[in-house]
Unconditional design. Structure first.
Length: 354
């Protein structure tokens, strides 16, 4: 957890997260304060999004970058991509700033890494931002379709989560479809909304919550979702709880309050701590490791490197079903929580590369 690491030094944090390298970029003229974490490049150049949000401290931003980049290594490995894991965190300035100038400065920092890190959009960034970055470096994905990019990765992330969720429902509930399955979706922004559309089309019943009331209302108006208060959605009685907001939703406080059989969602770093996976297993709640189930967006943008092919991206995203099912089966056979099984699978893939 971030609180457990807030007093640690930079090199202690790097050792804790098994790094790697970290780069810092500062440009007072544009208010750029960026951290680029490159966790692993054994499978290929590090690929990961650029997060642009406010942070309570620079230490919190660094820890977020380290955790996210390490998860990207795992995500790329399980998706069988020729990429390592990286992540950029741009600390959002207070007050007014020139967004285009800031991202131009960030692009120069990315270009200076010589291709070891390829950036794309993430929380707080957009296709438009990647178009700005693309003018200053070729080490970027996720820009506009009209310029040969793959566009918004959110629908592919949602597609992969829906397929992984179906695998969990089959394994844990013995159901071949999502017809009538109650899913509580925490966070209905870009990915969460697309996931709700996928689930509705598959016949699921939705419960939704978001800190932004208008987004929850959109899901209710367009998809017939039931709205509940954001603070209590994890306590709703349902078949599947789908965390699709920021990380840490599964922790020592929330896990004992869950009333579901499956946890399968799009958020990154859903477990506040590694032992929370064992807590879920002890309660007989099947957990789909986040970096395994939410890889669709990464799979999609990774196709840009060799020339974008939407059909290939979709076909590879659909294979998330098989990955999640394998994790579930190995977890049951080995008596280990799924997050540790997934970690072991990643180590096997990286070791084979070595």
């Amino acid at each position: 957890m971030i609180d457990d690491q807030s007093a640690k030094g930079v090199f202690e944090l790097l050792s804790l997260h098994d790094y790697g390298e970290v780069h810092f970029a500062l440009d007072p003229a544009t208010q750029l304060r960026a951290i680029v974490a490159i966790h692993d490049t054994q499978l290929g150049p590090a690929l990961g999004g650029s997060r642009f949000i406010s942070y309570a401290s620079e230490q919190a931003a660094l820890i977020d970058a380290l955790r996210l980049a390490r998860a990207m290594t795992s995500k790329a490995a399980l998706a069988r991509l020729a990429h390592g894991g990286g992540k950029a965190v741009l600390i959002r300035p207070e007050g007014e700033f020139d967004r285009a100038a800031l991202f131009t400065s960030f692009a120069r920092a990315v270009d200076g890494l010589g291709g070891r890190y390829i950036t794309t959009e993430d929380s707080g960034t957009s296709i438009e931002d990647m178009e700005v970055v693309r003018k200053r470096t070729r080490h970027v994905c996720g820009f506009d379709v009209s310029n040969g990019g793959s566009g918004d990765p959110s629908p592919f992330t949602a597609l992969g989560v829906r397929r992984g969720l179906e695998a969990c429902v089959k394994f844990r509930l013995g159901r071949e479809s999502l017809e009538g399955i109650r899913v509580a979706v925490q966070g209905v922004g870009n990915v969460g909304y697309h996931l709700c559309r996928e689930l509705t089309a598959a016949g699921a019943k939705l419960i939704v919550a978001d800190v932004r009331d208008e987004l929850a209302q959109r899901a209710a108006d367009e998809l017939g979702a039931e709205i509940v208060p954001s603070a209590g959605i994890h306590r709703c009685e349902c078949d599947v709880f789908a965390p699709c907001a920021l990380g840490g939703a599964l922790n020592d406080r929330t896990i004992p309050e869950l009333r579901c059989a499956v946890v399968a969602g799009a958020a990154n770093n859903q477990l506040a701590s590694d032992h929370n996976g064992e807590m879920l297993r002890a309660r007989n709640i099947l957990y789909a490791p986040d970096y395994a189930i939410n890889a669709g967006g990464l799979i999609n943008v990774a196709q840009e490197v060799a020339g974008y092919d939407a059909d290939k991206a979709r076909a590879r995203t659909l294979l998330i079903y098989d990955t999640i099912l394998e994790i579930c089966e190995r977890s049951a056979k080995q008596g280990e929580p799924p997050n540790r099984v997934a970690d072991a699978m990643v180590r096997e893939i990286l070791q084979a590369k070595r």
